[in-house]
Design a protein around this ligand. Structure first.
Ligand code: SF4
Length: 683
């Protein structure tokens, strides 16, 4: 028996643990005490992170669809078919989806394959659905679209403001840091339509209407300015745009009385929140998809930045804008350039110097994709249905849009327009059912590699067992397809370390990282530009990443969500996660210890609303929107705001995304998964 230290494959916290390996097979998880992230502690998902690995459903051989049915094929047959089909398309007729749950090396390989082999500008991944607003919003005001501080640093805060994040269920080991801060006297403020386990630990709970974040934050900022609690020195020395911000937030629209009407939060609570936050000396904001998944997602993110600049809570321990990423490697997949507008480390594809750098570095004899912005995944689904034939082929690695994307009926129509769909995954997921070819991939425990957690810490995965059957690592599969298409020389890697070293040579923020350095328990936070650089746990300590080094405050007007309740659809639907499940459930639903705790979905409805509709707890009801309907058990509780219902998005049999709306933020193109109009009917 041996222990192999690795990093948790679930949420973006990046906890470390040991995989227990007995006779070459992973059989359990054991604590790894030296991790500075989780100090040996784990949440339920980490504790049972071994259970899905050897599930009998794992894909073990390539599958090719023949006469509507999948049949097993050899790697040679599958690769030959995929290579021939890929070669038959013109540049930009293919699109690729990379993945927030595979390694940096896998994502870098997919980005290089898309731009170099397929010569397509259309590459994206599911950050589009969760934190695209963070990338766009924070880059716009700070010059860097990532969490500003480190996880351990949250314990140093004197006031933690959690908005739009059920931290204690979705990032439990970050919740632990909040409790450490609280134990030292910090105040905890929680704003959310649901009184979740996170809210129950808070000192002040602001139950507010989904989608009214900007109004709430503007109201707090008006109160801060009105009382002279803003940090004048920080604003003077480190920020631009204060006058514009002040002009907007001091409008009568954001008086305590008006904000109370918009948000549903009593005025005295907004005032208290503003005072605690502004006066603490070190206040941190923690947010997640309650902020980002809106048509105003970028505005919401920028408003969080405004509050932090106004109060001088940036660049110091215990402060910061702390965007909590949902998936283990969503930060890394973005860093690796799996976005339609950038190469690695956010080097813009429309920048001629960046285009030349990658073309020269990769040395494809017939060039690479044009330096033009491609389609986001949400736009891509619209293009597939509205401009049939423009995109003919889709290559999906480790994603499951048939559960994760908004308006699933539309997604199904979109996928059916494709001439050729390749899905590469560890299980035959709901999207793979539509594929022409399915390629079996190795999971996190079966390969070496790195992932980058929400705090920008780059950590190692280490191979603990062989993949099942003939499954292979993702970058190895990609390199094999490239070789079949005549590009073997551009994918010469023998190990994950080879892939990492090539990536780091083209990626300034990773340039100082090596596997040797990352093998230390504390690993490294990016930016780490040179091999003697210690990494950067806190961003913006001296200056921001903007051209003049100053943060940019902007006046943000409040806008309602795209679809608001009416007499036909009288409730607001919001979606989210449970502590027991993760995303589209491909892994957690095959983990017996997790699945038995919450084996199906539910719609959470306020006790008074349920009473009016004559609905009892656990009774099956219909949830209907303009997009579709599902049948789902009711969970009747006083903990959700009247007029709002909540559905977790993990479950195919009652998929929340049948109901959600594909309305997009105009900049980030993120869908409004946190607010649409719904009706609940007794069956
Ligand atoms: Fe894994 Fe996140 Fe739980 Fe840590 S908090 S054990 S990273 S799921």
């Amino acid at each position: 028996m041996k222990y192999v230290q690795t990093t948790c494959p679930y949420c973006g916290t990046g906890c470390s643990f040991n995989l227990v390996v007995d006779k070459g097979i992973v059989t359990g998880v054991a604590p790894y005490q030296r991790s500075p992230v989780n100090e040996g502690k784990l949440c339920p998902k980490g504790t049972y992170a071994h259970e899905f690995i050897n599930n009998p459903d794992r894909l073990k051989k390539p599958l090719i669809k023949k006469d509507g049915k999948f049949v097993e094929a050899s790697w040679d047959e599958a690769l030959k078919l995929v290579a021939e089909k890929f070669k038959s398309y013109k540049p930009d007729e293919c699109a690729c989806l990379a993945s927030a749950r595979v390694s940096n090396e896998d994502n870098y390989a997919m980005m290089k394959f898309a731009r170099g082999v397929l010569k397509t500008k259309h590459i994206d991944h599911c950050a589009r659905l969760c934190h695209a607003s963070t990338v766009a919003g924070l880059a716009n005001i700070f010059g860097s679209g990532a969490m500003t501080n480190s996880i351990g640093d949250i314990a140093e805060s004197k006031c933690v403001f959690i908005i739009g994040s059920n931290t204690f269920e979705c990032h439990p080991l970050i919740g632990r840091r909040v409790m450490q801060a609280k134990a030292k006297g910090a105040k905890v403020i929680y704003a959310d339509p649901r009184y979740t386990p996170t809210g129950k630990q808070a000192d002040l709970y602001l139950q507010f209407r989904s989608g009214t974040d900007v109004a709430l934050l503007n109201g707090m900022m008006q109160e801060i300015i009105r009382n002279g609690w803003e940090n004048k020195e920080f604003i003077q020395n480190r920020c631009n745009g204060f006058d514009e911000l002040k002009k907007e937030v001091m409008k009568d629209d954001y008086s305590l009385e008006n904000v109370s009407k918009i948000t549903g939060v009593p005025a005295d609570k907004i005032k208290t929140a503003a005072e605690w936050f502004a006066k603490s000396g070190a206040s941190a904001i923690l947010y997640s998809m309650g902020i980002t998944q809106h048509t105003t997602g970028v505005d919401n993110v920028k408003s969080c930045g405004n509050l932090q600049m106004l109060t001088g809570n940036l660049g110091r321990p215990g402060t910061g804008v702390n965007a909590l990423r949902g998936q283990n490697n969503v930060q890394g997949a973005c860093d690796m350039g799996c976005l339609p507008v950038v190469y690695t480390a956010y080097q813009k594809v429309i920048d001629e110097a960046a285009q030349k750098k990658f073309a020269d570095g990769w040395k494809f004899p017939d060039g690479i994709a044009k330096g033009e912005n491609g389609y986001e995944v949400t736009t891509l689904m619209n293009v597939l249905t509205e401009k049939p034939g423009e995109i003919k082929c889709l290559y999906i690695m480790g994603e499951n849009p048939m559960i994760s994307d908004p308006d699933l009926t539309h997604v199904e129509h979109a996928l059916k327009t494709l001439d050729f769909l390749v899905v590469q995954d560890i299980f035959l997921n709901e999207t793979a059912e539509f594929a022409d070819v399915v390629l079996p991939a190795a999971c996190y425990a079966e390969k070496d590699g790195t992932q980058t957690s929400t705090e920008r810490r780059v950590q190692m995965w280490r191979k603990a067992q062989n993949p099942p059957g003939e499954a292979k690592g993702d970058w190895e599969i990609i390199a094999s397809i490239a070789a079949k298409m005549g590009y073997g020389a551009q994918f010469p890697w023998k190990t994950s370390e080879d892939v990492f070293n090539e990536m780091a040579s083209l990626t300034p923020s990773y340039a100082g990282m090596t596997y040797e350095r990352l093998n230390r328990p504390e690993a490294l936070h990016w930016p780490c530009p040179t091999t003697d650089h210690p990494g950067t746990p806190i961003l913006h300590t001296e200056k921001f990443g903007m051209p003049d080094g100053k943060g940019l405050m902007t006046g943000i007007p409040f806008k309602w969500p795209q679809e608001v309740p009416d007499s036909e659809y009288p409730f607001v639907l919001t979606t989210g996660r449970s502590i027991w499940q993760w995303h589209t459930g491909t892994m957690t639903r095959r983990s017996a210890s997790l699945e038995r705790e919450e084996p199906t979905g539910w719609v959470e409805i306020n006790t008074e609303d349920a009473k009016k509709l004559g609905i009892a707890d656990k009774e099956k009801v219909k949830a209907k929107t303009r997009r579709g309907e599902i049948t789902i058990p009711a969970r009747v509780t006083p903990d959700i705001m009247p007029g709002v219902v909540f559905i977790p998005f993990h479950y195919a049999e009652c998929a929340a995304n049948v109901l959600t709306i594909n309305a997009l933020d105009p900049i980030a193109k993120i869908p409004e998964s946190k607010a649409c109009a719904v009706k609940i009917e007794k069956i």
